[in-house]
Design a binder for this molecule. Structure first.
Ligand code: SAH
Length: 427
């Protein structure tokens, strides 16, 4: 790890601040002052830590200590208010982070307000009938990207007016640059994995977005999902440390955070033993091993028996349940028979299913199922006693929806956008 990353205050916990402070011969209470400044006030430089005496700030700076704040490089605003951020770190690598001003109807996945809203939403329109979604689907991605500058301004105004009513805003953060898991329907997979993010870089995304949106937990209730680029359980230590800092430093409640894993089974067991942890979501995406192996090659290593056993043994807290995500791919995993198999797999488990109709993308050779097919699938699950919700796609027009996080990275890092040249042969 480079010195620039290791000497960043962002990502250190109270214990590490205490060491820093005592090595500098400063009184112990300064550690708490730094913690407050970095995570609550979200200062962007050591010089800004007003609670520290000037000479101490100067000494820190001279010894190479930096804040390590994440930098927002680009911002794309969707017709539905979703904002996709391209966030760049000290070594020039970047990830995408998404702000959803009204949640996505269940991405909190967890019985918080967003989850409850999902129930109401899915009871009324069903996929494909909401105005915002219809618009998002009609609009052409490139045109939307070009429109973003003006929308950006409009959205900024709207968000600042909405500040007090943003009770279910959700931030979707990334845990790795790219992803190694290779799910066949996910755009991020096409990037491969470049590197893990440090705990500071994970928390830094949240700090940058909170600052940009001018919101601050716990006064503003923010949901957080580790559902952006990357597989959090393949960057386990940094993810766990980041979750703790988000709870203890930034002030986001554990019950408002959800981590999603593609199914790294040993880490599911480890995660159950963490004293501070988000809720658990598992990307199921298929109803039997043959199908899951085809869609998610990691199923060869950790098959459905192993995955479901880990889920059944997962130590749930009071009023907590596991969320299973299921991406519906037209004609592939969306038949009534698949729904019945899913119901059977999950029978008796304290869980719910979030159904996500495929968000399309260049290089993804699957189709989005019809609204009717999604509803039939949902009703079979519900009929079998498994709560099932349909997630509204958010920000599809700006490639901010699930499985679409890659586009800005490509555009920003390639001399020529490569999207059209990438093709994938469906197995
Ligand atoms: N790697 C973790 C975190 C990413 S979460 C995981 O797999 O769980 C992203 C969610 O979006 C996952 O549930 C994934 O299955 C889903 N997803 C991926 N590609 C998608 C696409 N093209 N359309 C809809 N959902 C997709």
């Amino acid at each position: 790890m480079s010195k620039a990353l290791t000497s960043s205050l962002l990502g250190m916990d109270l214990g590490e601040f205490s060491v820093l402070v005592s090595e500098a011969g400063e009184p112990a209470y300064r550690a708490k002052q730094i913690m407050e400044a970095v995570y609550r006030h979200r200062v962007e430089s050591v010089a800004e830590i007003a609670t520290l005496p000037q000479p101490f700030r100067e000494r820190l700076e001279h010894s190479g200590v930096t804040l390590g704040a994440a930098r927002i490089e680009k911002k794309f605003v969707s017709v539905d208010g979703t904002v996709r951020y391209l966030i760049t770190f000290a070594d020039g690598q970047s990830v995408e982070t998404v702000w959803m001003p009204e949640g996505d109807g269940g991405e909190a996945g967890d019985g918080s307000e967003a989850g409850e809203t999902a129930e109401r939403l899915t009871d009324i329109p069903g996929p494909g009938t909401s105005g915002a979604k219809a618009k998002a689907e009609e609009s052409e991605p490139i045109a939307a990207l070009k429109r973003c500058a003006t929308q950006n301004l409009r959205s900024q105004d709207r968000h600042s007016q909405d500040r007090t009513s943003s009770g279910r805003s959700t931030i979707c953060i990334s845990s790795q640059v790219g992803c190694a898991v290779d799910c066949q329907f996910c755009l991020t997979a096409l990037l491969g994995v470049k590197r893990n993010l440090t705990a500071g870089e994970i928390v830094g995304q949240v700090c940058a977005v909170l600052k940009d949106q001018r919101v601050s937990p716990p006064e503003d209730r923010i949901n957080l999902v580790f559902m952006g680029m990357g597989e959090p359980f393949l960057n386990y230590e940094n993810f766990v440390k980041a979750s703790r800092l988000l709870v203890e430093g930034v002030g986001i409640a554990e019950r408002r955070m959800t981590v999603s894993t593609a199914g790294i089974v040993p880490r599911i067991y480890d995660f159950g033993g963490e004293s501070i942890r988000p809720k658990l979501a598992i990307s199921l995406n298929a109803s039997n091993d043959a199908l899951r192996t085809r869609l998610m090659p990691l199923n060869k290593k950790w098959n459905l028996d192993m995955l479901i056993a880990a889920a059944r043994e997962f130590p749930l807290r009071t009023r907590e349940w596991i969320t299973f995500e299921y991406v519906l791919l037209g004609g592939v995993n969306d038949a009534p028979e698949n729904a019945r198999e899913v119901a059977e797999l999950l029978r008796g488990m304290r869980c719910k299913v979030n159904l996500i109709a495929l968000n399309p993308g260049p290089g993804i050779d699957f189709t989005t199922p019809s609204a009717e097919r999604v509803t039939v699938f949902q009703n079979i699950l519900r009929g079998a006693g498994t709560p099932a919700f349909v997630r509204r796609p958010r920000g599809r027009d700006i490639y901010a929806a699930c499985g679409q996080l890659k586009r800005t990275v490509e555009v920003a890092t390639s001399p020529e956008p490569q999207m059209q040249s990438i093709s994938r042969v469906q197995q």
